[in-house]
Design a protein around this ligand. Structure first.
Ligand code: GLN
Length: 497
């Protein structure tokens, strides 16, 4: 048998149900692939071998008993390390939480486990999800599987890299301002940020609570749709008051025609300064392919999108400052030893537990929320948020989805961009979607002609149109023929079934 990395999630589950191979064989193949490939990608922070083998044994027992197997039976999955999973640490790639043992399992993780998935471990990220390179992990950077000298994007870089290198079939990430879609684009995989509230945030360490959303990565739109089925199964989660009942079969309309449906494009966005020629060409190609598939391409405008970076980099740090106040050196994780007073313990634990970007965000948030400053920035940003949301509402009266880049560039070399402001500016195509609470997905379109690196296109849809968004993503995937691609230098390395 070939490596398990050639199989879709549905093929793995079907193969186990048909007795072609066991869940334990798949788990061992995935462990083997991680062993052979993770030295190159450094996507994992922890491999949960015991949990994986125990879950796989459970699936094999169900098979032996003649039970109907669940839809993700035996499918190797892994989780961004801001998601709690009992039996693992949840570090958020921070010294602050380095010793923190998950006290319970996050709903999103539990739902994949309930669907039969095999948990392979926890994935690297930018510290507390602040960033777009994964270089700010306190432990080590993660490498882009297409060129290990380059970043995988971030903050869910470990999730994107593990899927792109074929170490797992599906991974979960979180997206507050682009952290699923941007690394998916840079690593040549599919990454979806569902509508705000579609997936429960319970058990996911909070960054910006009004923006955070969990979503899946896969090498196929179908795998992502299958993961959405599992993530939304059971509907509203009573442990997350913002979660909505989005339970439905996301596969049902996946292969529907997009004939006659409208896709919006924003010409000015493709003329923006700093947009790589390869990304621009890929986006034009994506628009042509969608038109070939019968879509009507319609020009739309989101006039307030230009202010989205300014608004996000006020709102997100304010929310982060509030959320990260709980890491006080007393209740969770790192505790500075030998302190004379409680204040000193808290202060030094925070000084030594957080990295530079985490400190920058919190100091910014503290300042922006201080009296006298609050109105000028936080309140103004909330008003911009309302305007951006209204822009989208207008645009979605005309079109069913909007096409734009996920990232202005292909993957860059580690350390090539060190100015935080330059990194913030590169979030231009993703953050307005979080601000408005809509859904978005990045789909690989092609390899850049010059760079040979993958380029993704982003599709955005209105809130709660996740199933329709997946239909457009599938149409684009079908036309681009990148489906199932594993980064060439990792494909087939270990992992034989
Ligand atoms: N790059 C953005 C930031 O640094 C988005 C991060 C995210 O979505 N978690 O805040």
């Amino acid at each position: 048998m070939p490596s398990f990395d050639t199989l879709s999630a549905a093929q793995i589950a079907a193969g186990i149900a048909a007795g072609d191979f066991s869940a334990t064989e798949v788990a061992r193949a995935a462990l083997d692939a991680i062993d052979a490939r993770d030295d190159g990608t450094r996507a994992f922070l922890q491999v949960s071998e015991d949990l994986a083998l125990a879950a796989a044994a459970q699936t094999d027992k169900a098979y032996a008993a003649g039970d109907t197997l669940p839809p993700l039976a035996g499918v190797p999955v892994a989780f961004k390390d801001n998601m709690n999973l009992l039996g693992t640490r949840t570090t958020c790639a921070s010294r602050m939480l380095e010793p923190y043992q998950s006290a319970y399992t996050a709903t999103c993780v539990q739902r994949l486990l309930d669907a039969g998935a095999t948990p392979m471990g926890k994935l690297n990220m930018d510290e507390f999800a602040f960033g777009s390179t994964t270089d700010s992990s306190a432990f080590h950077p993660t490498n882009n599987p297409w060129d290990t000298a380059r970043v995988p994007g971030g903050s869910s870089g470990g999730s994107a890299a593990a899927v792109a290198a074929g170490e797992v079939t599906i991974a979960l990430g979180s997206d507050t301002g682009g952290s699923i879609r941007q690394p998916a684009s840079l690593c040549g995989v599919v990454g979806m940020k569902p509508t705000y509230g579609a997936v429960s945030r319970y058990g996911v360490v909070a960054f910006g609570s009004s923006l955070d959303q969990v979503g899946p990565f896969g090498r196929r739109v179908e795998d992502v749709a299958l993961a959405m089925n599992a993530l939304t199964a059971g509907g509203h989660d009573r442990f997350d008051s913002t979660s909505q009942n989005c339970e439905q079969d996301y596969l049902a309309h996946l292969n529907d025609s997009i004939e006659g449906r409208a896709v919006g494009v924003i010409p000015a966005l493709l003329e923006a300064e700093g947009l790589d020629a390869e990304v621009k060409a890929a986006l034009q190609q994506a628009a042509d392919r969608l038109a070939d598939a019968g879509a009507r391409i319609v020009e739309v405008d989101l006039p307030n999108m230009a202010n989205s970076i300014a608004a996000y980099y006020v709102l997100a740090p304010c929310e982060a400052f509030s959320n990260l106040a709980r890491f006080d050196g007393v209740r969770y994780g790192y505790q500075e030893p030998d302190c004379a007073t409680l204040a000193e313990q808290s202060s030094l634990s925070r000084a030594h537990g957080f990295g530079a970007e985490a400190k920058r965000r919190q100091m910014l948030g503290a300042y922006l929320l201080s009296s006298g400053v609050y109105d000028k920035y936080y309140l103004a940003a909330q008003k911009v948020r309302t305007l951006i949301t209204a822009d989208y509402q207008r645009a979605f009266q005309q079109v069913d989805a909007i096409l734009m880049p996920a990232s202005p560039t292909v993957a860059w070399e580690h350390g090539a961009i060190s100015d935080p402001a330059a990194l913030y500016l590169a979030d231009i195509y993703t953050i307005s979607n979080n601000i408005a609470g809509n859904c978005g997905i990045s789909v690989p379109v092609c390899l850049g002609e010059q760079s040979g690196l993958p380029v993704g296109a982003q599709l955005q849809g209105p809130a709660f149109a996740d199933a329709s968004l997946l239909t457009f993503a599938r149409a684009l995937e079908r036309a681009c023929q990148m489906e199932g691609t594993v980064a060439p230098s990792f494909a087939g390395k270990g992992g034989e079934l």
